[in-house]
Design a binder for this molecule. Structure first.
Ligand code: C2E
Ligand code: MG
Ligand code: MG
Ligand code: MG
Length: 286
């Protein structure tokens, strides 16, 4: 059904997405101003290792809080991609993320950060160079900043994406394939990528408890990814039943509202501290 198609993120028509509407042009210039005025924010969502019960890392998700009416990340990122603004935006995201990771380290939290990278960034000839220089200037973060790229986005220009990701991998950037299962890429292509992690799309996780078909697809995906040497993350996990099902299926990590919604840094520090406190209490005898 079309509802199902929407859930699975397939193309559907939305008038606000017309390329040349006046509203969009206004939004582009406002987004540009927001970036220049430091009005964009990065929120953080934890990723949990199911075997150890430990927080393994945080995904960085962009927000535009001052924008009225509010507009979701998907929508203004798409706009940034279509207008070239994604280049300075992603550079800001990387630099700000390194500051965030330093702050986390100061608070005793040694965590990986996952950043979302647009396919347009992979087409910038100087992107790997920029990343390389930035990481070299902050050697303490090398290996701990993961780049997430969506499966579908790479299929626009698979050969170029492969070259760019190889350059990034050489610069010490682990790669994660985001929204896996929402597109139609071939496994023979995915297999060539220097990726270490696969994130199963939320559309396959949402109905996992009740949907027998989705369970078969997810279990097969986990097994296949493990055979190919990838770590598997399930995204969009909202309840305990889904989490324990995934644990039983051998999934490595989960992410979703069950743990926490994406939070600003200050609130994430509180969340992490509370979690540590609970863990310590549970270890106490009696
Ligand atoms: P994504 O990378 O697949 O991120 C996961 C999205 O699912 C996020 O939406 C997150 O808030 C949401 N989510 C997490 N757990 C749950 C859950 O349990 N249930 C439900 N219903 N949703 C959950 P968000 O933050 O609106 O971001 C949407 C997309 O925008 C991201 O999808 C990513 O593709 C893109 N995006 C976000 N930040 C950035 C960025 O800094 N740069 C780029 N290029 N893209 C970004
Ligand atoms: Mg992501
Ligand atoms: Mg995703
Ligand atoms: Mg997504």
């Amino acid at each position: 059904s079309s509802e199902r198609a929407k859930e699975r993120g397939m193309a559907y028509y939305k008038p606000s997405r017309d390329s040349y509407s006046a509203g969009r042009l206004t939004m582009v210039s406002k987004l540009q101003q927001a970036l220049a005025n430091n009005e964009l924010e990065l929120h953080l969502q934890p990723k949990l290792n199911l075997a150890s019960g430990q927080v393994a890392g945080l995904e960085v998700l962009i927000r535009w809080p001052a924008r009225q009416p509010s507009v979701c990340a998907d929508e203004f990122i798409m706009l940034a991609e279509q207008t070239g603004l994604i280049k300075p935006l992603t550079r800001w995201v990387l630099e700000r993320s390194l500051q965030i990771r330093s702050c986390l380290l100061e608070h005793g939290h040694v965590l990986d950060l996952s950043l979302n990278i647009s396919p347009a960034n992979l087409r910038e000839p100087d992107f790997p160079d920029f990343v390389n220089r930035t990481m070299n200037a902050h050697p303490g973060h090398v290996g701990a900043v993961i780049f997430e790229v969506t499966e579908t986005s790479m299929m626009q220009d698979p050969a170029n994406a492969l070259t760019a990701l190889n350059s990034l991998a050489n610069a010490g950037i682990p790669v994660s394939i985001d929204d896996f299962g929402s597109g139609y890429s071939s496994l023979s292509y995915i297999k060539q990528l220097p990726a270490s992690e696969i994130k199963i799309d939320r559309s396959l996780i949402t109905d996992l408890v009740t949907g027998e078909e989705d369970r078969v697809i997810v279990q097969t995906t986990i097994n296949m990814c493990h055979s190919l040497g990838y770590r598997v993350v399930a995204e969009g996990v909202e309840d305990e039943a889904t989490a324990s099902l995934l644990k039983g299926m051998g999934c490595d990590m989960i992410q979703g509202y069950l743990l926490s919604r994406p939070l600003p840094l200050e609130q994430m520090l509180v969340w992490l501290a509370q979690r540590q406190e609970t863990a310590v209490k549970q270890q106490l005898p009696g």
